[in-house]
Design a protein around this ligand. Structure first.
Ligand SMILES: Cc1ncc(COP(=O)(O)O)c(C=O)c1O
Length: 306
C-alpha cells in the first residue's frame, strides 16, 4: 500500500489520514454512487515554499458538475477553497496527487440519490509516473466503453471504473500495459483512465466528445496547446483500423500526463514520436510554471511556515 499524505479532509474537518474511516454500510461503497476528481500538485521548483496546482478551477468545476448528477450542490468555489486548505495543511514536499471524492455517505440500503446523505472528502498521496513516459504497449480491449445512454459519461463516477479495472487487468494479463476501449459504435473511445490522440500525416486527431469519452482536462490542454502552436487539430470519430496505421499515438490524463504508445497490438510505433515529444515537453514546462504563456493555468499556493 502506498503512503498517504498526513491529513485528510473528512466529515467537515481535517483529521490524520489514519482516522478518516467510513462505515462498512456506506451507501456509495455498495452502489458506486460517488464522483471523484484527481489533480497533480508539486512544490514550485523555483520556490519550494509554494505548491503549484494545474488547472485547479477546471478540476473543481468538473467535480461540481459530477456532484450535480448526484443531486449534491457543491459549488466549485467551495471545492477550490477546501483543496487549497488541504494543500496548506499537508504542505507536501514532493510531487503528489489529490483525490477529492463526493459520495453518498448515508448508511441505507437501496440504490437511489434522494433521501440519502452526501458528503465530500479529500486525501492525497505522493505520485511519480503512473505509466512509463518512455512508452507503453496497448491492446484493444474486449470490454466496451459505456455509452452515454447508459451512463452519465460527462461525470467522473466511481461506478464507471469497474469497466476500466476489467480492461486494465485483461490488458496486463495478456502482456500489455494498458487497454484502449471501443464504444458501442465500434469507434475508438479512450483508455482506462486516459484520453487518446493519434497523429496522421502531421494532423493531430482525437475522438470527439460524442465518442463516449470523459472530457479530460489534459485532453483539453493538449488541444489548446496544439492549436496555439499551429498544428492541425481534428476532433472526430476514429476507426479501430485507422488507429492501427497511425504515425504516432499517445494517451493523456492527469496521472499519466502525456504517455506515448510504443506498441499497439502487434504493431510497433515510434515512442515518443516527434509531435508527442514536443507536446510532452510543453506540458511539463507548463505544469512547472516555466512556460511564459500558461501561467494562468497554474495556481500557486503559498505554504505558511509553522
Ligand atoms: C476514464 C478517464 N478518461 C480520461 C481521463 C483523463 O482526464 P484528465 O485529463 O482530466 O485527468 C481520466 C482521468 O482520470 C479518466 O479516468
Amino acid at each position: 500500500m502506498s503512503d498517504f499524505l498526513p491529513y485528510a479532509y473528512f466529515q467537515g474537518q481535517f483529521v490524520p489520514f489514519s482516522e478518516a474511516k467510513l462505515s462498512v454500510a456506506t451507501h456509495a461503497l455498495h452502489y458506486g454512487t460517488a464522483a471523484l476528481g484527481g489533480l497533480r500538485g508539486l512544490p514550485n521548483p523555483k520556490n519550494t515554499n509554494e505548491i503549484l496546482l494545474f488547472r485547479l478551477e477546471d478540476h473543481c468545476r468538473r467535480l461540481s458538475r459530477s456532484a450535480h448528477y448526484l443531486g449534491y450542490d457543491l459549488p466549485p468555489t467551495q471545492i477550490k477553497s477546501l483543496m487549497i486548505d488541504w494543500v496548506r495543511q499537508n504542505a507536501p514536499q514532493i510531487p503528489f496527487y489529490i483525490r477529492p471524492l463526493v459520495y453518498t455517505s448515508g448508511l441505507g440500503i437501496a440504490p437511489r440519490l434522494h433521501n440519502v446523505d452526501k458528503d465530500f472528502l479529500i486525501y492525497g498521496l505522493p505520485l511519480g509516473d503512473y505509466l512509463s513516459p518512455q512508452g507503453v504497449s496497448c491492446r484493444i480491449s474486449s470490454w466496451q466503453r459505456q455509452s452515454d445512454r447508459s451512463f452519465p459519461l460527462r461525470g467522473k463516477f466511481t461506478a464507471s471504473y469497474l469497466v476500466s479495472a476489467l480492461a486494465k487487468t485483461e490488458a496486463v494479463a495478456s502482456g500489455f500495459d494498458e487497454a484502449i476501449l471501443l464504444n458501442d459504435q465500434g469507434k475508438i473511445s479512450e483508455a482506462t483512465g486516459m484520453n487518446i490522440f493519434l497523429v496522421r500525416n502531421q494532423q493531430l486527431i482525437t475522438p470527439s466528445v460524442d465518442q463516449d469519452i470523459l472530457e479530460g482536462i489534459t485532453r483539453n490542454s493538449v488541444l489548446q496547446l496544439a492549436q496555439v502552436e499551429g498544428f492541425q487539430v481534428i476532433e472526430r470519430p476514429v476507426d479501430h483500423t485507422e488507429l492501427l496505421i497511425a504515425d504516432e499515438v499517445f494517451l493523456t490524463g492527469t496521472a499519466a500526463r502525456i504517455v506515448p504508445v510504443a506498441r499497439l497490438e502487434q504493431y510497433a510505433l515510434p515512442a515518443p514520436g516527434k509531435m508527442t515529444q514536443y507536446l510532452q515537453q510543453q506540458l511539463q514546462a507548463i505544469t512547472e510554471d516555466r512556460h511564459p504563456d500558461y501561467h494562468h493555468w497554474i495556481d500557486k499556493i503559498p505554504l505558511t511556515k509553522s
